[in-house]
Design a protein around this ligand. Structure first.
Ligand code: SAM
Length: 323
């Protein structure tokens, strides 16, 4: 049975009984995993023939690139030798959905990208493939998650890439206005984990949600300081509570008028009705994975960025021989 907190959230998210019931049902009964693989090398046509699933239910307006294949539920990416050799990276379809605004960006050539919350590396790898950066700095504050981040970037041949382990506030101080594109895939209450059958006690509790919202506001504020004039900031989460999504964006836009939320036309069917600024939410049960939230922000002005980056900040390049 859905809990009282789940029912309250569903009522706030959906104007109609049917939407609310479908959401609660998806939280109680996880569906099959819906994944995609992101080719880091040219796609293997034989593999494609054997494994690719039909395109997920996206409109023809989607800028779906040739280097992404949805895979059928039975396929175990980790057991395919191409995975270990770095020919592909596997990610939930909702991560593809959330990162998809990056496919629409017109950036300066060889943009500089900062991923503030990077481990295990999915969004960094997506951004690298989508935007061919001249520099990718993948930051992860939790020391024990740095290993998997470096391993994934090395395995998938992501270069030139560097890692760091800095608090977002320190990144902002060390790298003001230094990036064309900044990603904040924020730590969150992770309510969508339930739709994958992963237990996540307390994720609907107000204390947990407020703790995450405060942290998200802090991270977003710091991340914004690293965006150069005309640069973009992508804010994403894998949770449903408005406090961690639309309300973080609303709070940020009020305090930071040099940023605007941009409409993303291919995400129109998912436009959130909870805030006037364009932002997008995906619910489970739509054939696109576990669900999430995405908002593309742009700083006023024109790039490209030219701020010099201290060599000490690029002291940890990703190399082929990373374990
Ligand atoms: N972007 C990653 C990907 O696509 O593979 C997933 C990122 S996960 C949703 C959020 C990350 O934020 C975690 O790796 C977590 O360790 C990190 N994190 C936790 N607290 C943080 C903080 N205070 N500042 C920045 N990042 C934090």
């Amino acid at each position: 049975m859905p809990s009282r907190l789940q029912r309250n959230l569903a009522q706030r998210l959906f104007p109609d009984e049917a939407g609310s019931a479908a959401f609660l049902e998806a939280l109680q009964s996880p569906g099959p995993e819906q994944r995609a693989i992101l080719w880091t090398a040219p796609p293997d046509p034989v593999w494609r023939e054997a494994h690719a699933a039909t395109r997920p239910p996206v409109t023809s307006a989607w800028p779906w690139p040739d280097w992404l294949d949805p895979v059928s539920p039975g396929f175990r990416p980790g057991q395919d030798p191409r995975h270990e050799s770095g020919a592909f990276y596997s990610l939930d379809l909702s991560s593809v959905w959330a990162a998809s605004p990056l496919l629409t960006l017109a950036t300066p050539p060889e943009p500089r990208i900062l991923d503030v919350c990077a481990a295990p590396g999915g969004k960094s790898i997506f951004a690298h493939r989508a935007l061919s950066p001249g520099l990718l700095l993948a930051n992860e504050v939790i020391g024990k998650r740095l290993g998997i981040l470096r391993h994934n970037l090395a395995r998938c041949g992501i270069r030139p890439a560097f890692t760091q382990r800095l608090d977002p506030a320190d990144l902002a101080t060390a790298l003001p206005e230094a990036f064309d594109v900044v990603l904040v895939d924020a730590p969150c209450s992770g309510q969508s984990l339930l739709t994958k059958g992963i237990e996540n006690p307390g994720c609907f509790h107000d204390t947990v949600i407020q703790h995450n919202a405060r942290r998200q506001r802090r991270i977003l504020t710091a991340a914004a300081r690293t965006v150069g004039p005309g640069g973009h900031l992508l804010y994403t989460t894998c949770t449903f509570s408005p406090e961690e999504n639309e309300k973080v964006i609303g709070w940020f836009l009020k305090r930071t008028p040099c940023f605007h939320a941009l409409p993303v036309p291919h995400l129109d069917p998912w436009r959130s009705r909870l805030h006037e600024a364009p932002s997008y939410r995906l619910f489970p049960g739509e054939g696109l994975g576990a669900g999430g939230f995405s908002c593309l922000l742009r700083r006023e002005g024109t790039g490209p960025v030219t701020t010099e980056i201290q060599p000490s900040l690029l002291a940890y390049p990703v190399r082929q021989e990373d374990p």
